[in-house]
Design a protein around this ligand. Structure first.
Ligand code: FAD
Length: 433
């Protein structure tokens, strides 16, 4: 029989942050991390820019500035960020302020997708040296908290405490576990938007500030900027009925990579919150994703800004003709008309934000700029937490993006540490029983 003091599901930054904290504070604990992927570890494999300033990555309903700073300091001990220099920020901030927008100044490090892999390998070696067991290619399927065991596709594993940190892709899985455990939750918030791709010279701010965080009116913001050797990618999602849709995303390789493609990509997202009637953000997002897939023949949509302005769809030729002078980095995408797929209210505020951005960083609305749709972030499961350590049931804790406690690598790591502190308290009290 497999029995562990702590079973952690998910080897992303939330799971890792927890594992390191547990092993550091209580070296004799038996700790198992499982992950359904054959290679570790979650979202640190993607671009790996790390933000070290509140509130980036920290949902404000769960974090104060002081708390976030306290845990960020701990996370930095393991992530060892090399904070990047920024320049000319005051100029952009002044222009933004004049338009009623904000440019946040964030402490950032960027490893790139290749650099992230090196970090992961180092962290895995350290976890191994601490005696933590890692089971890759093993998927958790069910939980029985009355008898304290989980069922995976390979075996039953008994736990004293359980941490679920399945990330954004595990959003649906987590909802199923919450239902089994009888934990009430809502998922009424979702971020919906587009990914913009343009030439470096049309968005030169990235040479001063790698991932500039602009906040626009009406809950619109820029998010996850990548440059250098930067690529737009697709993420596959499957609905409960088995229908497939794609969200776009972006990443880049490390700065010293020899293959810079001269492109920049970033998301512009609008936060949508349902109140009455209370609706599921996931269900809404799925419907939008499916609609885009329907129009794109199963693929996401892309449109040149020049075509969008003229009110015409983009065609294959829009990606070859001389004015439109660069090829999309995401090849498997359908030229079309995003305004037929994006809800009017969302498109209106995003386009307004882009016009503001074009005034702050002139050039971004060049006719060749590509708008990809949809980019959707499903990280707003909001379970009812029983304490400050993201406990949802006796012995069961959550952490990371899937649980709504973070929105990025550093926030996920920090939330893992917070859960680990609760796990240690629970273990201390159960050992007295
Ligand atoms: C393309 C892309 C680029 C990104 N770029 C950045 C960036 O530059 N900076 C940044 O801060 N954030 C970035 N993010 C977001 C970042 O990846 C997440 O915020 C972060 O990884 C969340 O950490 P997590 O531990 O909560 O989940 P994850 O890192 O997603 O880890 C969850 C793990 O749980 C596993 N899992 C899920 N369900 C199960 C199950 N049932 N059984 C077993 N294992 C399971 C998954 O395989 C996964 O490995 C990016 C995301 C993507 C997709």
């Amino acid at each position: 029989m497999d029995v562990f003091d702590v079973v952690i599901v998910g080897s992303g930054p939330a799971g890792m942050g927890a594992a390191f904290e547990l092993a550091l504070k209580s070296p004799n604990l038996s700790i198992l991390i499982i992950d359904q992927e054959r290679f570790s570890t979650g979202g640190m494999r993607n671009d790996c820019k790390m933000n070290f300033t509140f509130p980036i990555g920290f949902p404000e309903e769960y974090w104060t500035k002081e708390q976030a700073e306290h845990y960020l300091e701990k996370a930095a001990l393991y992530l060892k960020p090399n904070i990047m220099e920024k320049s000319n920020i005051a100029v952009y901030q002044r222009r933004a302020r004049r338009l009623g927008c904000r440019l946040l100044e964030i402490r950032q490090a960027h490893l790139g997708t290749d650099g992230g892999l090196i970090l992961i390998k180092r962290l895995l070696a350290e976890l191994n040296a601490l005696g933590i067991t890692l089971a890759l290619g093993e998927t958790m399927l069910a939980v029985n908290n009355d008898n304290h065991y989980i069922t995976t596709d390979k075996r039953d594993i008994f736990y004293k405490t359980l941490l679920l940190a399945p990330g954004r892709k595990g959003f649906h899985f987590l909802q199923m576990m919450l239902q089994t455990l009888g934990v009430p939750f809502v998922d009424n918030i979702v971020d919906i938007g587009i990914r913009v791709e343009t030439r470096l010279e049309h968005y030169p701010i990235v040479q001063d500030y790698y991932d500039p965080k602009f906040y626009f009116p009406e809950k619109v913001r820029t998010f996850c900027t990548n440059s250098g050797n930067a690529h737009v990618v697709k993420e596959k999602y499957t609905t409960a009925r088995g229908d497939v849709w794609y969200s776009v995303n972006g990443h880049a390789y490390s700065a010293d990579s020899k293959n810079a493609n001269g492109l920049v990509n970033f998301a512009i997202l609008k936060t949508v919150k349902f109140t009455a009637p209370l609706a599921s953000g996931q269900a809404y997002a799925e419907n939008l994703g499916l609609q885009a897939a329907l129009m794109g023949g199963g693929r996401p949509l892309m449109q040149r800004v020049g075509d969008f302005r003229l009110g015409t769809r983009s065609k294959e030729t829009s990606f070859n003709a001389d004015l439109y002078d660069f090829q999309p980095s995401l090849k498997d995408c359908c030229p079309g008309d995003i305004s037929l797929a994006v809800p009017a209210k969302i498109l209106r505020v995003i386009w307004k934000a882009m016009k503001n951005l074009d005034t702050i960083v002139p050039g971004v609305l060049h006719p060749s700029t590509i708008m990809y749709y949809p980019e959707i972030k499903l990280y707003a499961n909001k379970p009812v937490y029983l304490d400050n350590h993201f406990r949802v049931k006796d012995r069961v804790f959550l952490a990371g993006d899937g649980a709504g406690t973070s929105r990025g690598i550093t926030g996920a790591w920090a939330s893992g540490i917070r859960s680990a502190e609760g796990i240690l308290k629970t273990l201390a009290s159960t050992s007295k029983d």
